[in-house]
Structure formats: structure tokens, C-alpha cells
Design a protein around this ligand. Structure first.
Ligand SMILES: [Zn+2]
Length: 160
């Protein structure tokens, strides 16, 4: 027997810029109104719920706000070089170069800023926060990220 909680709300959106690299190509910088959603699976605690909905929403909202109005960069992308100087970050792909003020970027510990890997990043951050919050009845956590309506990348893993 298991129960599932889902949070699918506009407040879990973030408007961010990114580009991905693929097949020896690098996309031009562009943006999306991303939408995240979360699903938690588990057992009921003594009070009849798996985890507090309000706390779950608050954590996810905070994580999404960290990405909002930022340029999302994949720190582990082997095709990109990052150089920090005088409060700015230079991102280089072959002969192409972007320079951003440091407070405009978020360096994410992923290899590419695809919807799948953004979902993975958010899921791992969410798990850490749930652990801090003492979640005792959760068995599985899934996070999805969409770049636009009707298509999303979903990542899930056990919560131990
Ligand atoms: Zn894109």
C-alpha cells in the first residue's frame, strides 16, 4: 500500500535563460518559462499524511526561486570553460564567449541544462531538504521540469 502526493502549481515556475550543447553544437542563449512539479510516494504517518503539503510547497518554491531570472549553467559540461574575473563569469564554447555578472548566473552540478537534468538537480536538492525536515514516511521522490506546455522531463529515485 502506498500513497502519492503531487504538487503541480504555477508557483513552482521559474523564468530562466540557458543553452545546451549537443552533437558538437551549442545552442544560442534563450529562455523558457519553466514549470516544475513534484510527486512524493510513501506511507501514511500517524496523523494520516505522508508529508506536510505546505512544507513541501515551501521547499520547492524556494528551490525554484533560486533559479528564477538567472542564466542556468551546467558546471559539469565538458565542452564549456568557465573563468571568473572581477565579479563576472566568462563562459566559453570553442570560439564563442558569453560574459555574465556573477549574480545573474547559477552554476548547477549537472552536465547539461536539459529538462531531465534540471529535474535531477531539483530532486536531489529536494531530498536533502526533506531529510533535514525529518521526513519519515517518504519512499520515493519524483520531480518533473517542463520547458513549455505538454512536454516534461521527469526524474525519480528512492528516498532512503
Ligand atoms: Zn531551451
Amino acid at each position: 500500500m502506498s500513497y502519492r502526493l503531487e504538487v503541480i502549481k504555477d508557483e513552482l515556475g521559474f523564468a530562466s535563460a540557458h543553452f545546451i550543447t549537443y552533437h558538437q553544437r551549442c545552442e544560442r542563449l534563450h529562455g523558457h518559462n519553466y514549470q516544475a512539479a513534484v510527486e512524493i510516494e510513501g506511507e501514511l504517518g500517524p496523523d494520516g499524511f505522508v508529508f506536510d503539503f505546505i512544507a513541501l510547497k515551501r521547499i520547492m518554491r524556494e528551490l525554484c526561486q533560486e533559479l528564477d531570472h538567472r542564466v542556468l549553467l551546467a558546471a559539469q559540461n565538458k565542452h564549456l570553460t568557465f573563468t571568473e574575473q572581477e565579479g563576472h563569469l566568462t563562459v566559453t564554447y570553442e570560439d564563442k564567449r558569453y560574459v555574465f555578472p556573477l549574480d545573474a548566473v547559477v552554476m548547477l552540478p549537472i552536465a547539461n541544462t536539459t529538462a531531465e537534468l534540471l529535474a535531477t538537480y531539483l530532486c536531489k536538492r529536494l531530498k536533502a531538504r526533506l531529510r533535514e525536515a525529518g521526513a519519515a514516511y517518504i519512499k520515493r521522490v519524483a520531480v518533473s521540469v517542463s520547458e513549455g506546455p505538454g512536454q516534461r522531463g521527469i526524474y525519480s529515485e528512492p528516498f532512503e
